[in-house]
Design a protein around this ligand. Structure first.
Ligand code: MG
Length: 399
């Protein structure tokens, strides 16, 4: 029996964004696995949970029993399904799948049933403060062969100078104007559709920046522009509004990056209120629950679009791509690409060619971590500022 010998959390920021990677070492010399436990905004807390709770709980356990280990580690603290412990669990879970693949001599996609497609179609992020900047980004992506592009102007919520109508003494924060933002989105989609036609698939992320009724109104306003999907129009606290949204618009809906708990997605899927589930895989506890979620969604005609921002480690991105190429109901993969430092720190990153990302065919996740190089990119512990989003009267908003 091969057992878990050690579990460590490695924090590194090759592109300036803190990442947490878990390394599970085994009783076999040289045999180890890697998993993503990245919760950038609270990375030290996740790393602490891995080393103070996951390690003593799991050292000595049989590496082959992924399901049992996942279930046990999930309920061990009794209170469960929170972002810190789900990420810690994901680090271990992905590493165990990596180990299982290495033992089997198979890439993860083969363990999951084999490829149903050679590569995952991805969408790229185009953003600009002006239409000229935005067009430049879109045209660069089109030249690279991208066929799916997310269109934003001035980041989430847009950028509007609200200084002239803020109350005196308003708190500092990342201010935006929800109604200006909403008007701006309609205008930018008029612009991109008139300039690029309907062959390119365009997407948009609302990032829960507007009131529920306005999110429904905007979904209707965007109907003529045929979005591939309309992302996070509502915060997780307001998911009941999806019933109303669904009855008023055919704009395809994607949500899920903030979800932690199965109850957050279950009725959205079974009632067919959404079109794409896009959880942050480490946030729900790793490959084990993500695979179950993909299969569950298949039964209801809901496609996957796993969250793929810069605050997923390359190990986590590799896990997403293995799921993408082996899940029949895959929809699209969000893709930011890897900077040069990441490519060196994480040998074996999946590769982007003409709008598709390809996994490599090495056993397991197929990706490694150069620990000595990772140590050269320490993580910044300053608190994030963008999550302090505020509306023009100073009210704190959902970021
Ligand atoms: Mg998003």
């Amino acid at each position: 029996m091969i057992t878990i010998r050690d579990i460590r959390a490695i924090c590194t920021a090759p592109e300036g964004i803190p990442l947490v990677v878990v390394k599970v070492e085994t009783s076999e010399p040289e045999l180890y696995g890697l998993g993503c436990a990245t919760y950038t905004q609270r990375f030290l807390t996740v790393a602490h949970a891995v080393e103070t709770y996951m390690k003593p709980l799991l050292v000595g356990k049989d590496v082959s029993r992924i399901e049992d280990i996942w279930q046990m580690a999930m309920v061990s603290p009794y209170w469960r399904n929170g972002p810190i412990l789900n990420n810690a669990l994901s680090g271990v879970d992905m590493a165990l799948w990596d180990i299982k693949g290495k033992l089997a001599g198979m890439p993860l996609y083969d363990l999951l049933g084999g490829k149903v497609r050679e590569a995952a179609a991805v969408y790229r992020h185009a953003d600009g403060l002006t239409y000229d900047q935005l067009d430049q980004r879109i045209e660069n992506f089109l030249e690279e062969g991208a066929r799916y592009i997310r269109v934003q102007t001035g980041a989430y919520g847009g950028v509007h100078d609200v200084n002239s109508y803020k109350p005196e003494g308003a708190c500092p924060g990342a201010y935006y104007d929800p109604r200006e933002y909403q008007r701006g989105v309609v205008k930018v989609f008029e612009h991109v559709r008139s300039k690029y036609g309907f062959e390119v698939e365009f997407l948009h992320d609302v990032h829960e920046r507007i009131e529920p009724i306005h999110a429904i109104e905007l979904a209707r306003e965007l109907e003529p522009f045929k979005l591939f999907f309309y992302e996070d129009p509502l915060p997780p606290e307001q998911v009941e509004w999806f019933r109303h949204m669904r009855s008023h618009t055919t704009t395809p809906i994607a949500i899920g990056e903030l979800f932690n708990h199965p109850l957050e997605w279950r009725s959205l899927v079974t009632e067919r209120l959404i079109d794409f589930i896009r959880v942050h895989i480490s946030q729900i506890g790793g490959i084990t629950p993500a695979r179950k979620l993909a299969i569950f969604c298949e039964q209801f005609g809901v496609r996957t679009a796993w969250h793929g921002p810069g605050d997923v480690s390359p190990v986590g991105h590799a896990a997403s791509i293995h799921l993408d190429v082996s899940s029949w109901n895959f929809g699209i993969q969000e893709w930011n690409g890897f900077g040069p430092n990441s490519l060196e720190v994480f040998p074996g990153c999946p590769t982007l060619r003409k709008g598709y990302v390809y996994p490599n065919d090495k056993p397991g996740l197929g990706i490694d971590l150069d620990e000595s190089l990772a140590a050269k990119f320490p993580c910044d512990t300053r608190l994030p500022q963008w999550t302090n989003a505020r509306r023009p009267d100073g009210t704190l908003a959902r970021p």
